[in-house]
Design a protein around this ligand. Structure first.
Ligand code: ADP
Length: 244
């Protein structure tokens, strides 16, 4: 997050945000499953102006072998922003930020994936951020979870992610880039909707306990909205005749 410039009009007197949304309104979300022929599973997501591709490969042999685990499979995740994903060219080499996001995404997906069924193997998840506009870790997670399901990897639950945050002392759903830079707080959440468990919770900013609880509540509502769209994307691929 950038400077907390609360003077910027992030919320007008009618409760409308800088991009025209209401406080509890997510951006437009479009998810498509099975978009890459050479991956075992894949998904494409547009989350507002974020555009992200996820590809899943495996379960497959681990090289070098000593990295494998005889008792369980391992999950490896790579979150990567392509050079043209942001206004200034981004160096394609993995940044500290991308390494950290790859780690938190892996930890958010691991509770859902039944890796114990595939000892000695690895499941690789690649997420390519083609265009970034705030909330990419959540959108990448959403695409990755659909790609895992598309790959036929057994899962305990879907993982659905959405951020909530605070601008102009108001809790909002789904923080865009402008709100992230100039707002007061950003809280990405990943959530397993059937198990009712949070698998990722980060908070950048300061809020009261009351705001914190409200932010989690609003964020989980956003995750549930995403979940419905993840299921729809999978149903459109696997049961096209049942779709209207
Ligand atoms: P998230 O994308 O999960 O919200 P951050 O809060 O770290 O993660 O980043 C917020 C936004 O800042 C990103 O979505 C992207 O639009 C922008 N951003 C991140 N890294 C860069 C970069 N290297 N150059 C320009 N913009 C960036």
């Amino acid at each position: 997050m950038g400077g907390r410039d609360t003077d910027m009009v992030l919320l007008d007197e009618n409760g409308i945000r800088c991009d025209g949304r209401k406080v509890d309104e997510p951006r437009r979300i479009m998810i498509k499953a099975g978009v890459l022929k050479n991956a075992n599973g894949s998904a494409y997501i547009e989350f507002g102006d974020n555009k992200i591709l996820a590809g899943v490969y495996g379960p497959r042999d681990v090289h070098p072998k000593h990295m494998s685990n005889a008792d369980t499979g391992i999950l490896r995740c790579r979150y990567h922003m392509v050079p043209f994903s942001v206004a200034e060219r981004k160096n394609p080499a993995p940044s500290r930020r991308e390494i950290e996001i790859s780690k938190v995404i892996r930890e958010a997906l691991e509770p859902a994936v039944m890796l114990e069924k595939f000892p000695r193997t690895a499941v690789d998840v690649y997420m390519e951020i083609l265009q970034a506009d705030g909330g990419t870790r959540c959108a990448a997670l959403d695409a990755a979870a659909v790609a895992l399901a598309d790959a036929g990897i057994p899962m305990r639950d879907m993982v659905s992610a959405c951020a909530a945050g605070k601008v102009a002392d108001t809790i909002i759903l789904d923080v865009n880039n402008e709100e992230d830079q100039a707002g007061q707080a950003d809280m990405p959440i990943a959530y397993m909707p059937n198990l009712n468990q949070i698998t990722l919770l980060q908070l950048d900013g300061v809020m009261s306990l009351e705001e914190y609880n409200k932010c989690i509540e609003v964020g989980i509502q956003g995750c549930k909205t995403v979940y419905a769209l993840q299921k729809k994307a999978l149903a459109e691929k696997y049961f096209p005749e049942e779709q209207t």
